[in-house]
Design a protein around this ligand. Structure first.
Ligand code: KG4
Ligand code: ZN
Length: 339
């Protein structure tokens, strides 16, 4: 079965074709970063309007890349949530319209399930059961995964998501949106011994996270530097490094705890922040006796491939949209079930 996947939950338009026998045939992406950069963050209205412009041309491009025609599509998967309501509606409406036009089934996919399954697109896909660390701009979650749709939430952020904390830190340091990669790049020049930022919620037991205190600590440090002769480039790099180390340490500690609690040795990491090189290295080095899986850099951040893949698994199992299907801007992943 060949499934067309459409991702429009936020500021990337992603379209891909996944073939349940041959694998990923095409994966094309258009990023709206340039549109939102001047506002310092995503403007939902502009995001929706741009998805309207870009999605259909990207569908044509994906079909060309996959070397197939519309008639070869056996199902359409689109992101139904969580995400920006208007942006989701563009992908959902187009996806369902294409499916109706072709007389094939369509299915709304959960964006975070897409992220979670992205590492399975690799050749050495992990087997279940496993622990997943989902770290994106909107979510920081530890999930026990016993199979497709069999998810148990072990812990999550009580306030900011890890990606959000990266983005806010970038703003404080005067770096452009999207901030995560910028902070990570600047951190390379930072002195790891100058500042010691707190590792939030690691002393208490449990698997929840909190990044808002770390954000406040970052702001206080920025202000102290400003008051002490101005915030220099080196100050910014040192702060970026201290912040990144604190986030990475916190995530590693909680992952180790989750694996121990669940008596598992497989960790999957996914979502935009899983592109962070220092986080990948730390998890590989510090989780002794465990296997760590993560997607290729392109599949860490939002993309159509993960939606085509997750949709293909469920469509192939017989799931499809009912007549009353709707988008779910808020949608806990634990509400999903096995197909
Ligand atoms: O998964 P994603 O593309 O979109 C959401 O579903 O939210 O994640 C985007 C988030 C942003 O907060 C971005 O700053 C962060 O992932 N991010 C990173 C890196 N690359 C992207 N954070 C830290 N280091 C990176 N290299
Ligand atoms: Zn995402």
């Amino acid at each position: 079965m060949r499934v067309l996947g459409i991702e429009t939950s936020c500021d990337e338009t992603g379209v891909a074709v996944y073939d349940t026998e041959r694998g990923l045939l095409a994966d094309v992406l258009y990023s709206q970063v340039a549109i939102h950069a001047e506002y310092g963050g995503v403007v939902p209205e502009l995001a929706s309007r741009d998805h309207v412009r870009k999605t259909l041309p990207l569908v044509d491009q994906a079909l060309l890349e996959a070397d197939i025609t519309r008639a070869d599509i056996g199902g359409v998967a689109y992101t139904a949530g969580p995400g920006l309501a208007g942006a989701l509606m563009v992908g959902a409406t187009l996806g369902r319209a294409i499916a109706v036009g072709l007389g094939v089934p369509s299915l709304g996919v959960h964006h975070m399930e897409g992220h979670l399954l992205a590492p399975m697109l690799a050749e050495n896909a992990p087997a279940y059961p496993l622990v997943a660390l989902l770290v994106s701009g909107g979510h920081t979650q530890l999930v026990r995964v016993d199979g497709l749709g069999v998810y148990q939430l072990l812990g999550e952020s009580l306030d900011d998501a890890a990606g959000e904390a990266f983005d806010k830190t970038a703003k404080m340091l005067g770096l452009p949106y999207p901030g995560g990669p910028q902070v990570a790049q600047l951190a390379e020049e930072g002195d790891p011994s100058r500042f010691d930022f707190p590792r939030p919620m690691v002393k208490q037991g449990g698997l929840d996270f909190s990044f808002s205190g770390l954000k406040t600590h970052t702001l206080t440090t920025v202000k102290a530097c400003e008051a002490d002769g101005g915030l220099s480039h080196q100050d910014k790099a040192d702060i970026a490094r201290a912040f990144e180390m604190a986030v990475v340490d916190t995530l590693v500690i909680k992952c180790r705890r989750a694996l121990k609690q669940e008596q598992l040795t497989r960790l999957v990491m996914a979502g935009g922040v899983s592109a962070n090189v220092r986080l990948r290295a730390a998890l590989e080095q510090k989780l002794e006796g465990c296997e760590v899986f993560y997607p290729t850099a392109k599949l860490c951040t939002d993309n159509g491939a993960m939606i085509a893949f997750a949709g293909a698994l469920r469509l192939a199992a017989g799931e499809c949209d009912g007549p009353d299907a709707e988008v779910r801007p808020r949608w806990p992943m634990t509400e999903l079930s096995a197909p």
